[in-house]
Design a protein around this ligand. Structure first.
Ligand SMILES: [Zn+2]
Length: 288
């Protein structure tokens, strides 16, 4: 979607946001407008904005939150998918690929929503220090964020890596092989085990991304949480680090979060329309 289409969506979204706020929070629209205006003002004045994104943003693109009731983890036993099992057992690998294929099918064609576009727009306007995401669906890139700005804490489902030689594959290419009957595909180059480039249970967090995310959180002066209830550690500790470093904390989420007590502004509602409204206000403020 180009900028014009985004702006059009933004205008429509802003209208929706007003309704949604009122529905979710019983806020009168003036209070909501005040919050949106204030957040926009903070972004304009901030030297360094870090955005932290969770599953809540992608559910608005139709991707299920795999951890929520009725999600994939209700159907499968997470214990079957520990990284150690994947390494040691062919049956576990086949089962893993079956589950991973189901997850991938639900996200591969999902479109980014207004929230993703708003974050991409922040980057375009030079207002994004970095985007820390717990999502594995690659929607930030589809929306226009660049690789150098995005830290994927839980890896990505859009690629597959060889666990022996680290060769990287496009996910679609490997899924074609799975569809053709390879139940647990292996590396062309070295014969090693192929696994989607996501972080599994029992697998350590990516070192570079995690360290960088903490560093940026600590150094920023505005930390925005979007669509995360902040319960998954260690990622959920980042808002705390940001606050300790002196940043303002904004939380935009449908429900309560673990960090509400320390937030400077909390907006309960649907992230996409809210972010679109904030961006629109911000652009008015800087006369774009
Ligand atoms: Zn290999």
């Amino acid at each position: 979607m180009g900028l014009k289409a985004y702006q059009k969506a933004g205008q429509k979204c802003r209208k929706n946001a007003l309704t949604l706020f009122t529905q979710h929070n019983n806020l009168d629209s003036e209070d909501m407008e005040d919050k949106i205006r204030e957040i926009a003002e903070w972004i304009v004045n901030a030297k360094s904005v870090v955005v932290f994104v969770g599953a809540g943003l992608s559910t608005e693109s139709g991707i299920p939150d795999f951890r929520s009731p009725g999600g994939v983890w209700d159907k499968y036993d997470p214990e079957d998918f520990y990284f150690q099992n994947f390494i040691s057992n062919e049956t576990a690998r086949e089962k893993y690929w079956q589950m991973a294929t189901e997850m991938y099918e639900s996200m591969k064609d999902a479109p980014p929503n207004a929230g993703h576009f708003a974050i991409a727009e922040l980057e375009r306007l030079g207002k994004l220090d970095c985007l820390i995401t717990q999502n594995i669906d690659g929607l930030h890139f589809k929306a226009g964020n660049s690789e150098k700005k995005v830290l994927e804490l839980h890896g990505t489902a859009m690629h597959v890596t060889c666990l022996s030689c680290n060769k990287r594959y496009e996910r679609d290419d490997i899924q074609t092989r799975v569809a053709a009957g390879q139940k647990a595909p292996r590396c062309d180059t070295c014969g090693g085990l192929l696994k989607p480039a996501t972080i599994s249970f029992g697998q350590s967090m990516p070192e570079r991304e995690t360290a960088e995310a903490y560093r940026r959180s600590e150094a920023c002066d505005l930390f925005m949480v979007i669509g995360s209830s902040l319960v998954v550690h260690p990622a959920a500790y980042m808002p705390v680090v940001a606050k300790q470093g002196g940043a303002k904390l904004v939380i935009i989420n449908r429900d309560e979060t673990a960090c509400d007590g320390m937030a400077d502004i909390i907006v309960n509602g649907t992230a996409g329309p809210i972010m679109a409204a904030i961006l629109e206000k911000m652009k008015q403020r800087i006369h774009l």
